[in-house]
Ligand binder design. Structure first.
Ligand code: DX5
Ligand code: ZN
Length: 219
């Protein structure tokens, strides 16, 4: 198994007063993707940033943007996020009344469709959509805040998704988000994940390049 491992800094943990500089720092450290957490104060009990910030960053960096929509009925905003520069758009299966239609819309808008499950939602909830997505995001904390502890309940879900993708012959990226550090990175990669979001572990480190190369070496 030599699946490509990507480490995606969660920009929620950046210093917003110097977002461009923080992005430069993470790009130089070897990030293959930026993770952009959008929160509406409804689906999750927090509000973060949105379309205008994404637009500015898109002009500033060429690193692919992975937009994690923690918002109710995300179909209302797909076009705006795609136009603002989203390369991947992740919706939550729990938040959308028309999941297949929204995944199709993401593709029509030119982004990679991705679907996410919260810790309490079984992996099987997204099995009906695996043919429509390029990525599945398994939340390993309750969405809403950075800096929480990793929930091991995510591990069997990652494994079940990887097995199902392999069974169907799908080249699926499996992303994990929440509480990723050097130790939990090893566990999720062993379970079958290949895109690892890291917020506090990366931005809190004085050697982000060392963290990223360590995680990549675990494959
Ligand atoms: C939580 C967000 C995460 C979060 C990860 O709702 O989706 O992306 O910022 O942060 P850490 O790595 O600190 O758990
Ligand atoms: Zn996220």
């Amino acid at each position: 198994m030599n699946r490509k491992i990507i480490v995606a800094p969660s920009l929620l943990s950046a210093d917003f007063s110097k977002l461009g500089a923080d992005c430069d720092r993470m790009e130089k450290a070897g990030s293959g993707m930026f993770h952009f957490d959008v929160m509406d104060g409804m689906f999750v009990p927090n509000i973060s940033f949105g379309i205008p910030v994404l637009k500015s960053l898109n002009k500033y960096t060429d690193v692919p943007m992975d937009v994690h929509l923690m918002i109710e009925e995300p179909h209302r905003y797909i076009k705006q996020f795609a136009d603002a520069g989203a390369d991947y758009i992740t919706i939550h299966v729990e938040a959308e009344s028309d999941v297949p239609g929204t995944l199709d819309l993401i593709k029509e808008c030119g982004a990679v469709p991705s679907i996410s499950v919260k810790p309490g939602t079984p992996a099987e909830a997204v099995f009906p959509y695996l043919d429509k997505v390029g990525m599945v995001l398994v939340m390993s904390v309750e969405p809403g805040f950075g800096g929480q502890s990793f929930m091991p309940v995510s591990l069997p879900k990652i494994k079940a998704l990887r097995e199902e993708a392999d069974r169907r012959g799908l080249e699926l990226d499996i992303e994990v988000d929440g509480g990723i550090d050097r130790e939990t990175a090893k566990l999720v990669i062993e379970a079958g994940a290949n895109v690892l979001v890291a917020g506090s572990a990366l931005f809190g480190s004085d050697d982000p390049a060392g963290f990223i190369s360590h995680v990549k070496s675990l494959a």
